[in-house]
Design a protein around this ligand. Structure first.
Ligand code: 5AD
Ligand code: SF4
Length: 482
């Protein structure tokens, strides 16, 4: 079933696993190239949703570029327009249908191939809506058939017929899909796919299948390869990274420790862990691994034990706070970020006060706030005690005001301190201004030479401007050899 490919990169040898299915797809890559021979074709891609989807898009781009297409940012000019969709909240649907409306005329004039993939395509009612109201699409593919994009595109081009390639399975792992990364400093590495948790508001387990973990050696080889290419920051991705299962004696803490050993990588982040699975060995690994950033994204979702129970989150308000305390005791410098949903069915004023209470106690570095969105097929959608939109919005605004005041206060604490900043680039408006991030993911702007891009520098923080900090360079901490 499995084959290995060995190649050299900057004098170093890498052995990567290539699945037979991907070998098979490589044949279609060649066939598409043959069909398009002599043409100079472009593609565009729109990605909705989370970092996992962004990582999937990088794989879609990898396959498309291998087929000879070059990227354009303007879908109206592209020969192949791809949309990688998300269905976690309703607004993504509006975005997709709006974009498809725009593309109709473009397709009539130019014959653009329209391909739609990702989570939303796994939903039957969406497939039906597309067939009925947007029948001019060329390809739809789901989360389990992404790797087959070359075959789907070949069939769509050759037979000039509509391809629907969506299957509903627990899911597989396909190693060896080509990947075209968006950034050359920071990279995401998916360590596991799917979710077994079935939080009652969430559609993800229905569209991404059951949990499955990549083999440790494949992940480690990918990170080593990224390090050799000059990447400095790695984010390990999964719906529930702390249930990573790399074998009987190999869990998430072991993976953190092994990735921490890879030369060239400076920072390691991970999203998202589930509070219910946060074991002491993971806390210890975060503490002991110098490259693991001392910020933990710990999704709260709601502060009330009653709401958490209805959400099927499997922890109480007290257990969440205790966990944070336990982590803080081991790693005093740790800070937290979180996800919160407001307006889940049955959420009372008192329940919402519990959420505000946890936010005050946790003093988060960053909070991603969401208004509850009913998802067809989830238990939450079937609950009778839905919260009126107006109340949801009022609560959202109250939470936002609290979070903003906390962000501001937290920002003030940085003023006068020295921070290690990974320089990401120059400012859009001013070549002499650099922008980067602290270990805690705060944006810092400061004056400096563009040669510092990609390096870790010490920056003294001078001013807090709510969404970013302003600083002044102190010393170059690390000079890259690559
Ligand atoms: N409504 C609103 N927010 C949701 N999320 C997941 N499902 C929903 C939903 N139905 C949020 C959760 C999750 C984040 C990725 O999206 O907070 O952690
Ligand atoms: Fe959705 Fe819960 Fe799984 Fe996260 S853990 S993907 S919120 S079901």
């Amino acid at each position: 079933m499995i084959e290995y490919g060995t190649y050299l990169l900057k004098g170093k040898k890498f052995t990567v696993e290539v699945d037979k299915n991907i070998e098979y797809q490589n044949k279609f890559i060649e066939k598409v190239k043959e069909l398009n021979k002599g043409k100079s074709l472009t593609y565009s891609i729109i990605t909705m949703g989370c970092q996992l989807n962004e990582n999937d898009s990088e794989k879609i781009c990898g396959m498309i570029e291998k087929m000879g297409y070059s990227r354009t940012d303007e879908s109206k000019q592209a020969d192949l327009a791809v949309m990688n969709t998300c269905c976690v909240r309703e607004n993504a649907e509006d975005k997709l249908f709006g974009k498809l409306g725009e593309l109709k005329k473009v397709k009539e004039e130019k014959g653009t191939i329209i391909a739609i993939g990702g989570c939303m395509m796994q939903e039957k009612h969406i497939q039906e809506k597309l067939r009925k109201s947007y029948p001019y699409f060329d390809i739809i593919f789901g989360t389990h058939t992404l790797h087959k994009f070359p075959e789907d595109l070949y069939n769509a081009l050759k037979d000039k017929k509509r391809i629907e390639d969506v299957i509903d399975i627990d899911g597989e792992i396909y190693e060896g899909i080509p990947i075209k990364r968006d950034d050359n400093l920071k990279a995401s590495v998916t360590i596991m796919y799917g979710c077994n948790n079935f939080c009652s508001y969430c559609i993800v387990p229905y569209v991404r299948g059951r949990e499955r973990s990549r083999k440790p050696q494949n992940i480690i080889e990918e990170v080593k390869c990224l390090a050799a290419q000059g990447y400095k920051e790695i984010t390990l991705l999964g719906q529930n990274v702390n249930s990573y299962n790399g074998g009987e004696n190999y869990k998430f803490a072991d993976l953190l420790r092994d990735v921490n050993k890879i030369d060239g990588i400076e920072r390691i982040r991970f999203v998202s862990p589930h509070p219910k699975d946060f074991t002491d060995d993971v806390i210890k690994a975060i503490k002991e691994c110098d490259k693991v950033c001392k910020i933990i994204h710990l999704p709260l979702q709601a502060g009330s034990t009653q709401v958490l129970k209805a959400m099927n989150r499997k922890y109480t308000k007290e257990q969440y706070l205790e966990l944070a305390q336990r982590i803080k005791k081991e790693i005093p410098e740790i800070v937290f970020s979180t996800d919160i949903i407001v307006g889940f069915p049955g959420e009372t004023e008192q329940d919402f006060e519990d959420t505000l209470d946890v936010v005050r106690k946790m003093n988060y570095e960053q909070v991603y706030m969401f208004i509850y969105s009913r998802r067809i097929g989830t238990p939450g959608d079937m609950m009778e005690n839905q919260i009126p939109e107006e109340i949801k919005h009022i609560r959202f605004d109250r939470l936002k005001a609290l979070v903003e005041s906390q962000t501001n206060e937290n920002g003030e604490k940085y003023v006068g301190t020295k921070q290690k900043v990974l320089v990401e680039g120059t400012s859009k408006n001013n070549e002499q201004m650099l922008t980067g991030r602290t270990e805690t993911n705060k944006v810092v702007n400061f004056k400096g030479d563009s040669e510092l891009v990609g390096k870790l520098v010490d920056v003294k923080i001078l001013r807090n401007a709510l969404w970013y900090l302003q600083g002044e360079i102190e010393a170059v901490q690390y000079l890259s050899t690559i």
